[in-house]
Design a protein around this ligand. Structure first.
Ligand code: DC
Length: 233
């Protein structure tokens, strides 16, 4: 259904879901720039909580221990031009979020229901106040099931490994390539087999196989979806 006039108080949510390394951040960031709205990377929030758990020496597989952290941790996501900052208890941790240890731990903590409820309420709070692109695993299915635009990006695991190595500045050699590919595939398995909010496309999402597309081509397809569903004039 084409929506030309947004209701008062209603905000645009462009939900962009998909597996690791598929290019969600590039696409969600570029679409946000084009529309002059905020880009919210929900993976960074899970990573921030995982980092807090690691710093506190907590086992990320134990939900009861994580519950204690959730009770009083303050995670702040601050969108900035061309990126974002994440604060945990007022400390900027942005530069510490992309280590292999945090990456693994973020997928581990994300299986727990209480962690997901905590994150979903944080994320809905942002979407209720601003027009956003929001990237993650469950944005179109759970966080914003009524999002005006829902995109699910896919790509072959070889292509996703190549993109991840470029994004994380890892120089190519066959051993590193296999290590990164194994990490990506293990994480996708963990993210899609969990009981609560598993990685999967919403039934009404537009699925885009990006394996043979450039980032600009994907952005243009997403922009077309936005124009069909939201008055951008
Ligand atoms: O997008 P990312 O690679 O930074 O996400 C890190 C982990 O966080 C991912 O493996 C699973 C979890 N995650 C999630 O479960 N739901 C989201 N909406 C975003 C991330």
């Amino acid at each position: 259904m084409k929506k030309t006039v947004p209701r008062i108080g209603e905000h645009l949510v462009v939900a962009i879901d998909g597996p690791a390394g598929v290019g969600k951040t590039t696409v969600a960031g570029a679409v946000a720039d084009k529309l002059s709205i905020y880009h919210i990377d929900t993976g960074a929030m899970y990573r921030a909580l995982a980092l807090k758990a690691i710093d506190e020496g907590i086992d990320c597989l134990r939900e009861d221990s994580l519950d204690e952290i959730i009770e009083d941790v303050v995670i702040e996501y601050i969108p900035q031009r061309g990126g974002y900052k994440v604060l945990v208890d007022s400390v900027d941790v942005t530069d510490r979020l992309r280590t292999p240890e945090v990456t693994r731990a973020s997928s581990d903590i994300a299986v727990h229901r209480s962690v997901r409820e905590f994150m979903v309420s944080l994320q809905r709070g942002i979407g209720e106040r601003y027009d956003i692109t929001m990237e993650g695993r469950d944005i179109g299915t759970v966080v914003f099931p009524n999002a005006q635009v829902k995109i699910f990006l896919t790509a072959s695991s070889i292509e996703r490994t190549r993109r991840r190595m470029i994004q994380d500045n890892i120089s190519y050699n066959p051993t590193e390539f296999l290590r990164v590919m194994n990490e990506i595939e293990a994480r996708d398995l963990n993210d899609s087999q969990r009981i609560f909010a598993p990685l999967r496309p919403a039934s009404d999402a537009k699925i885009i196989d990006t394996t043979c597309l450039t980032a600009s081509e994907v952005v243009e397809i997403v922009m077309e979806e936005v124009r069909r569903n939201w008055d951008t004039s």
